[in-house]
Structures are given as structure tokens and as C-alpha cells.
Design a protein around this ligand. Structure first.
Ligand SMILES: NC(=O)c1ccc[n+]([C@@H]2O[C@H](COP(=O)([O-])OP(=O)(O)OC[C@H]3O[C@@H](n4cnc5c(N)ncnc54)[C@H](O)[C@@H]3O)[C@@H](O)[C@H]2O)c1
Length: 357
């Protein structure tokens, strides 16, 4: 059965629909009803049948165009941004038309950014096809591209008109990409959602086998948590910082590896364990909590061991992070499993100790 969550504040709020079957003609027709021309942006790593299916479902009264990017983070660039804009202009797209992002977070981020700028903003719809994009990047209105100086440095807050999620897409996702998304699911459980924590803990086998019923529950609970936070704080001025749990260290680990070999989710998982170790050393959580955190991560097939990294080698990346104010790191720590908070008042020695323990 389909589930639905409303995200954001009026007048730019939007519905996220979660389907346990492939997207239907009715789903698409309703979503694109107001528009004349449609440009579907996707990438060449996504099974071709998904694009063909969506194209087939679009009523013949609409004109459909397609723009395929090479798969991978490199495509989230000024160059691709420019090419998609020029394509829209030469196809004479106007504000009665719309974009569909069919793909993972890379496609969603760049398509959203194009939509936010073309003609000072045209509508776009997200059809996320990776677990990470379903539970995280398609919800919350952050759009972006990368420049040489850093990832996601150029972008806009711009909400989609609709997010259509089919769990069916997750069947073809590689193990690495699936686990990357699981990292973010685990994050929601640790920072806010005790129900999700329980579901994950009692169903590790079903989560790993991508059981449809469990997927529906974990995707729904994850989006509910993200929706709650981003609706309260659309422009990242406050509570949205909690979503960065594990990300300060995770980003440093990704950068240290030149974004190769380790997925975003795998790095965030290591970051969450580091932040949990510090939470323990600061006496916010006890040893049992810390063990439980590591146990859940391990039982979901992810690696909690960050010991191959030293504080000294991550430090330069940490200090570049936007989570630094007045020379001190802002950290998201846990005061229990299922409850996170932001602080820069912690003993720096505990930061060092976490890496030596
Ligand atoms: N906007 C936000 O709030 C936000 C949040 C988190 C991450 N992000 C961004 O998201 C991006 C990462 O997203 P991602 O992890 O989805 O990676 P991705 O979009 O690069 O997709 C990963 C790979 O999976 C393939 N793929 C996609 N769907 C598939 C499917 N159903 N079956 C088989 N293969 C499929 C893609 O072709 C690609 O090769 C990064 O650019 C990151 O900055 C944005």
C-alpha cells in the first residue's frame, strides 16, 4: 500500500509518496498533470528499463525529452549544469513545463539546481532510484553542483513539486550503494527515531535481503524523521544540524580517501562511531549504548572500525569543515541512542582519546 508524507511549509510544501510497486500511469499522470513539456534527466548507470517504463507511462498529450548524464559524481558539474540549461532553452521550455530527476542523489541534486535557476525557477519532480536518494537527498530541498574547490559549494534551497518513490528500484542497486543508503537510515535511528531503531534491530536479516515490507517501513520512518527536521528548519539555521551526525568525520574520511573506495554511507557510519565514542567519553552515553551502536552497524553488514584513521590525518579536513566556528568544532553527539544534540563544549582531549581507545 502506498504511504505518503507531507514535507515543508506552505506554499512550497510537497508530497512524498512511497510505493511498494512500480510507478503506475496514474502516479505519473497526476504528478505531471499541470505541465506541457517534460525533460527527464537521468544517468547511464541506471538500468535503461526504468527510463523506458517512465516514458511509456507519460500520456501522449505531453512532449517528452530526455537528457542522460554519464553516471558518477563528476557529472554534478558546472559543465553539465550548463548543457542541461542550453538544452532546455533550445527546446523552448517555459514555466508551464517541468523537469523530472530520475536517478540517485547526483541526478536529483543537479536537476534540482537547474530547475531552481532556469527562468528563475521552473517546477521539478524527484523520482529517486537509490536508497540514499529515497531516504535523504530527494527530501529537504537542497540542490547543488560541485566546483573544483569543493563538493556542493554551489546550489540553492529549492523544493520539488513531488517526490515519487518506488521501492522496486532498490532491487537492482549494488550492495555497496544499498549499504551507503543504509548508513543514512541508521543515522535517523540514532539521532531521533527510536521506532526505526527497533525495526532495524529486530529485522537485520530482512533489511539485508531487501524485504519489501521492511523496506517500506524503514524508508517511511527515515523520511518521516528527515521531513520533521527539514520542515522545522528549511534553510539550515538550527535543528537541521542534527542531520550532520557522523558527517563531520565522515566528510573528512571521504576527502582523505579522495572520494574513492569508500562510499558516503560507509564514511558516515565511521563518523557516527567516532561521534558516539566521544559521546561516551563525555559521559553522555554508557558503554552498553556504545556497544549497541557498533553491534547494530555490524549486524547490518557495515564496518564500524575507524581505527585505520588517525586524528592527525583527519584534522586538516575537519578544520576546513563548515561545522567549525571560532576555531572550535561543532559536533553532533548523542545523549542517548535516539537523541542527538549539537555542541562545541567538549574536552578536546576526548577527541584525541576516541582515536586512541
Ligand atoms: N541534496 C541533499 O540533501 C543530499 C543529501 C545527501 C547526498 N546528496 C548527494 O547525493 C549524491 C549521492 O547520491 P547517490 O548515493 O544516490 O549516488 P548516485 O546518484 O551517484 O548513484 C550511485 C550509482 O547508482 C546507480 N544507480 C542509481 N539508481 C540505480 C538503481 N535503481 N539500480 C542500479 N543502479 C542505480 C547510478 O547510476 C550511480 O552509478 C552526492 O552527490 C551527494 O552530494 C545530496
Amino acid at each position: 500500500m502506498a504511504k505518503s508524507i507531507l514535507v515543508g511549509k506552505k506554499p512550497t510544501n510537497y508530497e512524498v509518496e512511497i510505493l511498494d510497486k512500480p510507478i503506475s500511469k496514474r502516479n505519473i499522470s497526476l504528478a505531471i498533470k499541470p505541465y506541457n513539456k517534460i525533460l527527464i534527466v537521468s544517468d547511464d548507470g541506471i538500468p535503461k528499463k526504468y527510463l523506458l517504463e517512465i516514458k511509456k507511462l507519460i500520456p501522449s498529450s505531453k512532449t517528452v525529452h530526455v537528457y542522460i548524464l554519464p553516471a558518477g559524481e563528476k557529472s554534478k558539474s558546472i559543465k553539465s549544469f550548463n548543457l542541461i540549461l542550453e538544452n532546455l532553452a533550445s527546446l523552448k521550455f517555459d514555466r508551464t513545463d517541468c523537469l523530472i530527476a530520475l536517478g540517485g542523489g547526483m541526478v536529483g541534486d543537479i536537476t534540482g539546481f537547474v530547475a531552481s535557476t532556469y527562468l528563475r525557477g521552473i517546477d521539478f519532480i524527484q523520482i529517486p532510484t537509490t536508497l540514499l536518494s529515497q531516504v535523504d537527498s530527494s527530501v529537504g530541498g537542497k540542490t547543488a553542483i560541485n566546483i573544483a574547490q569543493g563538493k556542493n559549494l554551489v546550489g540553492a534551497f529549492y523544493n520539488p513539486k513531488k517526490v515519487l518513490i518506488s521501492l522496486d528500484y532498490l532491487k537492482t542497486l549494488s550492495d555497496k550503494e544499498y549499504k551507503s543508503g543504509l548508513g543514512e537510515v541508521i543515522k535517523y535511528a540514532f539521532i531521533l527515531n527510536k521506532k526505526l531503531h527497533k525495526i532495524l534491530k529486530s529485522n537485520t536479516g530482512l533489511v539485508l535481503s531487501r524485504d519489501l515490507k521492511i523496506l517500506e517501513e524503514i524508508v517511511y520512518e527515515s523520511i518521516k524523521t528527515k521531513a520533521k527536521i527539514v520542515t522545522q528548519d528549511e534553510k539550515e539555521n538550527g535543528v537541521r544540524a542534527l542531520l550532520n551526525f557522523g558527517h563531520t568525520f565522515g566528510h573528512a574520511i571521504e576527502a582523505k580517501n579522495n572520494y574513492k573506495g569508500i562510499s558516503h554511507g560507509e564514511a558516515v557510519v565511521l563518523g557516527m562511531v567516532i561521534a558516539s565514542e566521544i559521546s561516551y567519553l563525555e559521559n553522555y552515553i554508557n558503554e552498553k549504548d556504545l556497544d549497541e551502536i557498533k553491534h547494530l552497524i555490524t549486524s547490518l553488514g557495515l564496518n564500524p572500525n575507524f581505527k585505520k584513521y588517525t586524528y592527525a590525518e583527519l584534522k586538516p579536513y575537519l578544520m576546513n569543515d563548515k561545522k567549525v566556528s571560532k576555531g572550535k568544532l561543532n559536533l553532533i553527539l548523542l545523549n542517548k541512542v535516539g537523541n542527538a544534540f549539537k555542541t562545541n563544549e567538549f574536552n578536546n582531549l576526548n577527541l584525541l582519546k576516541a582515536f586512541k581507545k
